[in-house]
Design a protein around this ligand. Sequence first.
Ligand code: CA
Length: 363
Amino acid sequence: MTFRAHLQALSASLVLALTLLALPATVSAQETHTLRLAETWGPNYPILGETTKRMAAMAEEMSGGRLKIRIDSSNKHKAPFGIFDMVKAGQYDIGHTASYYYKGKIPNAMYFTTVPFGMLAPEQYAWFYYGGGLELMQKVYAPHGMLSFPGGNTGNQMGGWFREEINSLEDLKGLKMRTPGFAGEVMAELGVAVTNIPPGELYTALERGTIDALEWVGPALDLDMGFHQIAKYYYSGWQEPAAELQFLINEKSWAKLSPELQEILRVAMRAAAYDMYIQSMHVSGQSWSKMKADYPKVTAKTFPSEVIDALRQATRKLLEEAAENDPLANEIIQSQTEYLRTIRQWTNISDKAYLESISKIEE
Ligand code: CA
C-alpha cells in the first residue's frame, strides 16, 4: 500500500469514526421533553418552592432547552399530600414532597425524611450517597413504579414553640401540642395530647390557647408564621435532626429520557437539594437574629435531660416495633443505626469538639 493509499484509508476510517461519534449527538439534539412536576407546596413557597424552580432552571440550562420542567403548586393540583399517588399513576412525571407524609400508605417511606435522634444533614447525605441509603430508598419506591432522590434539607429542626417552660416530664402530661407524624406518636407516649392542625390555622390556635405548643420547622420558615410574637420559649429539636425532602419520578417517564438527559436531571436534583440545605442554613441565621432583635423575650431552650431520655426511650420502642413487624423496615433501621454509630464518632471529635472547645474559650 502506498503512502497515499494509507492516507486515504485512514481518512475514510476517521470519517466513519466521526460519523459514528456524531450520530447519537444528532439524535439527542432533537430529543426534547417537557416533564410535569407536582409539588406539595403552595405557589412561591419560600425555600422549598425555590428548590423546585432552581432544579427546573438548571435542568433546562444544562440540556440546552431539551429538558423542560413545568411546575404545578398545590393551588393547581389541589392535592398537596397526593403527590405520591399522582406520580405513581403517571398524572405527573415528577413530584417534590416529603417522604414521611406517606407513612400511612408506605410506612417505610418515613425513614428517608428523618428519624428522631437520628443523623444530622451532612451525616444523612453521606448515608444516602455513600452509605447505601439511596439504594434502600429505591427498594422502597420501586414496587410503586417510582424512583426517589433526595430533594433538599431543612437542616436541624427546632423542637417547637411553647407558651410555658418545660421543666419536667410532668409538664408534658396533657399538654396540647401540634406535632405530626412519628414525633407525634412519640410525644403521645409521654402523655402529650397530640393534635394536627392545618398550617394556616396554627397561629390562631396557639394565640387562643386551643394548643399550648407546636412545632413547625425552624427560624427560616417559622419567622413568617409569627409564632415568636405569642410564644416565648423556642426549644431545640430532637424529632427532625435532618428533614430531607424527596423528588419522586415515575419510572416510565424516566425510561423515556436518554441517559444524557437522565444524568442532567440527576445532577440538577442533587445540586438543588444541597442548595436548599445551604439556603435553609443562611435564612435560619438571618431569621433567628431578627426574632431575637424584635422580640427580646424570646428564649432558646433545651429540654431537660429527663424529657430527652424519655423521648429517646419512646422512639427506640416504636422503632423496635416497626423493625419486628417488617423485614425491610428492619433493614433500613439497621443500616441507619450502624451508619450513625460510625459517622457520629467522627462528628463528635470534629464539629462537636470544635464548638465545645471554642465556647469554653469564649466564656
Ligand atoms: Ca417539623
